[in-house]
Design a protein around this ligand. Structure first.
Ligand SMILES: [Zn+2]
Length: 141
């Protein structure tokens, strides 16, 4: 297993920060999940119902660690679960409270935007299904 030193952990943190700044809000999703704390989808393969890259995190669990874990999966797709778990623990211990706060600041604004977009989608869908009924009623009168 490849061990991570301090400069590699700093590099990993920088990569994660770059990634979360670059990705659209829809990439980040919070969801209640029964069997897992988090999931990372790379694309439409593997029976995923999501057609785009997405990271799902159950907000009721260990939020920061789970989010970092899924982002490490995304950044290092060739690494196995054991290594990702190791990297997650190392990174959590390495990061300063300021680094974690900076991470949370970006993640929370992305999640807020992501949820706003979802709400807008639900609202648009509700309006679409309501409109034909209205037209029908007007036609009867
Ligand atoms: Zn994992």
């Amino acid at each position: 297993m490849i061990k991570l030193n301090k400069s590699e952990l700093q590099e990993m943190y920088d990569q994660i920060m770059k990634l979360i700044k670059r990705k659209p809000a829809g990439f980040f999703t919070i969801k209640k999940m029964r069997k897992v704390m988090g999931l990372c989808f790379y694309g439409p393969k593997g029976g995923s119902t999501y057609d785009e890259n997405v990271i799902l995190v159950d907000y009721r669990r260990e939020f920061v660690g789970t989010f970092l874990h899924e982002l490490i999966h995304y950044l290092y797709p060739d690494q196995n679960e054991t290594w990702v778990l190791y990297a997650e623990k190392r990174l959590l211990n390495f990061c300063s409270t300021f680094q974690i706060a900076s991470f949370l600041k970006i993640i929370s604004s992305k999640l807020y935007k992501s949820e706003m977009e979802r709400e807008a989608c639900v609202f648009a869908k509700q309006n679409k299904t309501k409109q034909p009924r209205k037209i029908k009623k007007q036609a009867q009168n």
